[in-house]
Design a binder for this molecule. Structure first.
Ligand code: GRF
Length: 203
């Protein structure tokens, strides 16, 4: 095991997901210390991946809050309580489809990491890969990419960049072919960035 991986193995990661959880799987497969997985969607397959790996899970839906007329900040504050119980060194947003307010972020300063399938400053939001493909079709870009960044505030898919990789868009790419290439790259980049960040924190 490399020195970085050994140091990273001593940290504690809480991973927030909303869906498939292939990036969570990449973290688990790399042997990174995932101590809990939290989902805002009950049907998220990532919860199944966590259970198979023996990692504790929590389900934290927003709907009871909106139904009761309570604010997203209330939800975020309670979500922070759930996450804090696991005493994370880092909170990794891996396909987490909910913009977090300062009611959450201020509880984990410089410790929330997001993965986004676009290069810094391009295509924020939930449709980044489709948006990049459309921009390519319009002749505006030749490549897109992935970034891993810190989440200091409520800016969407924005914050100090930890790692990036460019991904070329090939002639004839469809959403499926481009998304598949992107996912392969993001699994590798997320593992690399989180390993390095955990190791840096242990120094
Ligand atoms: C990834 O493309 C991630 O970059 C984006 O949502 C997707 C989640 O995929 N934020 P998965 O749930 O990790 O498979």
């Amino acid at each position: 095991m490399s020195t970085a991986a050994a140091a990273a193995g001593r940290g504690r990661l809480v991973v927030l997901i909303s869906g498939n959880g292939s990036n969570l799987q990449a973290l688990l497969d790399a042997g990174l210390p995932v101590v809990a997985v939290v989902s805002n969607r009950k049907a998220a397959f990532g919860l199944e991946r966590a259970a198979r790996a023996g990692v504790p899970t929590a389900y934290a839906p927003l709907k009871p809050y909106t139904d009761a007329g309570r604010s997203r900040r209330d939800y975020d504050a309670d979500l922070a309580d759930v996450v804090a119980r696991y005493e994370p060194d880092l909170v990794v947003l891996a396909g987490w489809m909910h913009v977090l307010s300062s009611a959450f972020l201020d509880r984990f300063p410089l410790r929330v990491v997001n993965l986004h399938p676009a290069l810094p400053g391009t295509f924020p939001g939930a449709h980044a890969i489709a948006d990049a493909l459309a921009a390519h079709a319009a002749g505006r870009i030749e490549r897109t990419g992935i970034m891993v960044h810190l989440v200091p505030d409520e800016g969407v898919d924005d914050g100090p960049v930890l790692a990036t990789v460019e991904v070329p868009i090939e002639p004839g790419d469809t959403l499926d072919t481009l998304a598949e290439r992107m996912h392969t790259e993001e699994h590798r980049l997320l593992v690399e960035a989180v390993t390095r960040l955990l190791a840096d924190r242990q120094r």
